[in-house]
Write a protein that binds this ligand. Structure first.
Ligand code: FES
Length: 254
């Protein structure tokens, strides 16, 4: 298996990858690729299909490389529809990932935002850290990584908006009720979820949040990924930010 490393793959150097397995759940697919990647959980790669736009993706596994895609546009619909043997092109990894800490972490993922968190859980488990993984999804048919988190020896809790599986509600409910039981918080999800996490954590506990913006160049040139009001670029300064740096720069928690 070809191994990509952060050092050798910076810039516009693409690696061809072949899809070896597809695991589809509703409008989301886990694509397993025939390459591995040296990456920090939370960093992203740019995924390109010839003739279509590039899209940023934070891998959900590194060896073999796995990307988790939700069909929201032309490129992502094509990716979700891929079959084993299909090819795509990867450059990266880019940006800043999560800081791995010992102690008792809580990981809160919403939708496909759960992707970098299951890789983080894997890396923390390799350090001997045991934490809690909470995943929120619109419904139970797109539950993604609960089984994997349990297999790591972690507690894993599912929230669904329609109550079809797990607890009914949003994953931030768990954070709200259990914040005091953890030494660090990691989150990645839709904007309202990230804001709620920032409001709940403030500067009370080490907290890191992965932000999503439109990433075009991926290398700090085009300015498309600025976090409004903060001057921070998702592709260079993030996508993972500390809660205190976002709040100090004026990002609204709430
Ligand atoms: S994507 Fe171009 S500056 Fe961040």
């Amino acid at each position: 298996m070809e191994r990509m490393s952060g050092g050798c793959c910076k810039g516009s150097h693409y690696h061809e990858a072949v899809v070896t397995r597809v695991d589809r759940r509703g409008d989301v697919a886990n694509l397993y690729l025939d390459i591995s990647l040296e990456t920090v959980p939370g960093q992203f790669v740019m995924v390109w299909l010839p003739g279509l736009e590039e899209v940023p993706m934070a891998p959900s596994d590194d060896d073999p490389l796995r990307i988790t895609v939700k069909a929201v546009g032309k490129t992502t619909r094509r990716l979700v529809g891929m079959e084993p043997g299909d090819r795509l092109y990867i450059r990266g990894p880019y940006g800043r990932g999560f800081t791995r800490r010992s102690g008792r972490p809580l990981l809160v993922g919403g939708g496909v935002g759960a992707a970098p968190l299951i890789l983080l859980a894997k890396k923390l488990a390799e350090m001997g850290v045991e934490g809690v993984y909470v995943e929120g999804q619109p419904s139970g048919d797109v539950e993604l990584f609960i089984r994997e988190a349990l297999d790591l020896g972690w507690e894993a809790i599912l929230y669904t908006e329609d109550g079809s599986r797990g607890y009914k509600g949003l994953p931030t409910q768990y954070l709200e009720e259990n914040l005091g039981g953890f030494t660090s918080i990691y989150a990645c999800g839709p904007e309202p979820m990230n804001r709620a996490v920032l409001r709940l954590c403030g500067d009370r506990i080490p907290c890191e949040v992965s932000m999503e913006r439109i990433v075009k160049c991926g290398v700090g040139v085009c300015g498309s990924c600025v976090v409004e009001g903060t001057g921070l670029l998702v592709c260079l300064d993030g996508p993972v930010f500390r809660a205190d740096e976002l709040l100090e720069r004026g990002y609204p928690g709430g």
